[in-house]
Design a protein around this ligand. Structure first.
Ligand code: URA
Length: 255
C-alpha cells in the first residue's frame, strides 16, 4: 500500500485540480456573462440582486460552477459561454497582441470583460481589416498553423501598377529575402493602384516582402477575408461584432 502512496497522492491532486478548474468566482462569472465591470458586479452582488441556485449570495469570491450552477441577476438566468468569437475591423496603430507597451487589439474589446481573449494570427501595426478574436485555443492554433494552409485575402494599395511578369511572379511564388520563398498566391488586379492577393501562409510581412521582391511597395494593406469568413464591411475601423454561428461553423471546418 505504502508503495502506491505516491500514485494515490497524484490522483488526489489530479482530482482536486479538475474540480478547481471547473469553478470560477461569482463576480468574474457576472463580468463575463453580463459584461459588467468588476466593481459593478461586486456592487450588484452586495446589493442582493444575484442568486446562485435560488439563494441570494452577497460575496463575489464565492466559487460557482459555470456549467451547473443556476445564476440569476434580477431574476434572469445568465448563461456562461465557454468560447466566444469576434470579428474586429482592425484599425492602424494597434498591435496584434494581448499585451504590449502600446495599444493592442485586445484593448478594443475591453468592454467584453474577458481576460482570456487573443487575436488569431498577427496583422502588422499599420495593417487594417479582418482580425478574429477568440478564447478558443484549438481553433486559433488550427487557423494559424502553416500546415493547414488557411487562405487569407488582402486588398493591397500599391505604389506602381503591376506588369504581367510581376503578376505571374507573385502568383508562382518568389524569393522574398532572408532565404524564404513565398508560396503560390492568387493575384487579382483591380486597377493600377489596387490588387487583391490571397495567400495560404503567414510569413512575417509576407505581402510587403512579396511586393518589394517585384520592385513595388505596399502603400496600404487591409485583410478582407480569412478561412472563408469575410470582413463585415458595415464595421468601421475599430468596431467589432460577434461571429455568426455560420461563420464559426465555417472556421471550424478547418479543425
Ligand atoms: N502581410 C504583411 O506584409 N503584413 C500583414 O499585416 C499581413 C500580411
Amino acid at each position: 500500500m505504502k508503495k502506491y502512496g505516491f500514485l494515490y497522492l497524484f490522483f488526489i491532486f489530479y482530482d482536486v485540480k479538475i474540480v478547481y478548474t471547473q469553478f470560477m468566482r461569482l463576480d468574474r462569472f457576472l463580468c463575463e456573462t453580463a459584461a459588467f465591470s468588476r466593481s459593478e458586479a461586486k456592487a450588484y452582488i452586495k446589493g442582493g440582486r444575484v442568486t446562485v441556485d435560488g439563494i441570494i449570495v452577497r460575496s463575489g469570491d464565492v466559487k460557482v460552477d459555470p456549467d451547473k450552477s443556476i445564476i440569476s441577476f434580477d431574476g434572469i438566468d445568465l448563461k456562461y459561454e465557454q468560447f466566444v468569437y469576434f470579428m474586429l475591423n482592425k484599425p492602424a496603430g494597434f498591435v496584434s497582441a494581448t499585451k504590449d507597451a502600446g495599444k493592442t487589439v485586445i484593448d478594443l474589446l475591453k468592454s467584453e470583460n474577458r481576460d482570456d481573449l487573443f487575436p488569431v494570427g498577427r496583422l502588422d501595426k499599420d495593417t487594417t481589416g479582418l482580425l478574429i478574436i477568440t478564447n478558443d485555443g484549438d481553433l486559433g492554433h488550427h487557423l494559424t498553423s502553416p500546415k493547414h494552409g488557411i487562405l487569407k485575402k488582402y486588398l493591397v494599395k500599391i505604389a506602381h501598377s503591376l506588369s504581367e511578369a510581376d503578376t505571374s511572379a507573385l502568383s508562382e511564388g518568389l524569393d522574398i529575402g532572408n532565404g524564404e520563398r513565398s508560396d503560390k498566391a492568387t493575384v487579382e488586379v483591380i486597377s493600377d493602384d489596387y490588387v487583391y492577393i490571397t495567400v495560404s501562409e503567414g510569413k512575417f510581412h509576407e505581402i510587403k516582402r512579396m511586393l518589394k521582391a517585384v520592385g513595388n511597395e505596399v502603400l496600404e494593406l487591409k485583410r478582407v477575408s480569412m478561412g472563408g469568413v469575410a470582413l463585415d464591411e458595415s464595421l468601421k475601423e475599430g468596431e467589432y461584432r460577434r461571429l455568426l454561428p455560420s461563420e464559426i461553423e465555417r472556421l471550424n471546418e478547418h479543425v
